[in-house]
Write a protein that binds this ligand. Sequence first.
Ligand SMILES: Nc1ncnc2c1ncn2[C@@H]1O[C@H](COP(=O)(O)OP(=O)(O)OP(=O)(O)O)[C@@H](O)[C@H]1O
Length: 241
Amino acid sequence: MRITVSNVAYTMDNTKILNGISCSFSKGITYVVGNNGAGKTTLLKLLATALQPEYGKINYSFLVRDKQIGTYRKNLDIEEIRKIIGFLPQHFTGHLDMTVGRYVKYIAYHKGVPREFIKKTVAHWLKESELTQLKRRKIKHLSGGQRQKVGLIQALINLPRICILDEPFEGLDMKERSYFQSILQRLAYHSIVIISTHLIDELQQSSEITLLYLNEGKVTYFGDLRVLDTIKKELRKTGID
Ligand SMILES: Nc1ncnc2c1ncn2[C@@H]1O[C@H](COP(=O)(O)OP(=O)(O)OP(=O)(O)O)[C@@H](O)[C@H]1O
């Protein structure tokens, strides 16, 4: 899979939120960082197809190997794209009047988990994220961190080919963060994982990770983590952490 972003711009209320964004994503983890208001949430919504670019194009494609024609790239249409995206928006709410158990079951069904595996899959995710005791509680009665875990489960339950998470570790304790981080690391062997975060001090130096630094709606850096310390200093100067 590949996502190619070409010269994308987005305006809200006559203000340019994103401008001239060009980059591409393939399997692995990309962390999107930047100051408050840099445009991270807007970029993630565009990538998740929750918004449409005002200008430019976002293309989703995969390689097809055909014995007769050879290897070529096939573009996906919007319906196909939405089927393979798992998205956690910022401030996830879910269906507030549903219980945790029913909601996760409903999501598993809609995300195409085979019928015979739904019960087992739901029980597994609830157990691993320590939500089993809360399965009969309505989502509106959960704490922020508990609700965030439900949000992560709904984005990850079918191990999507494209996973887009806006501040996924918000409200989670260290144990919960490392549990979800390990799932994301495994998922990234096969999938595109894009995560916006302000927890820049927790990013591990790893050759597998890509960093996208947004500044005032523009990509200032897109590459490996070698420049992480410089970016940390810049973000601290402008007060992100
Ligand atoms: N509905 C809206 N109408 C007008 N401007 C908006 C709207 N939503 C966001 N903005 C503005 O767009 C800019 C980018 O917002 P966005 O939420 O994408 O940034 P962000 O990098 O995710 O910020 P944060 O880290 O604070 O969540 C901000 O200046 C914000 O004030």
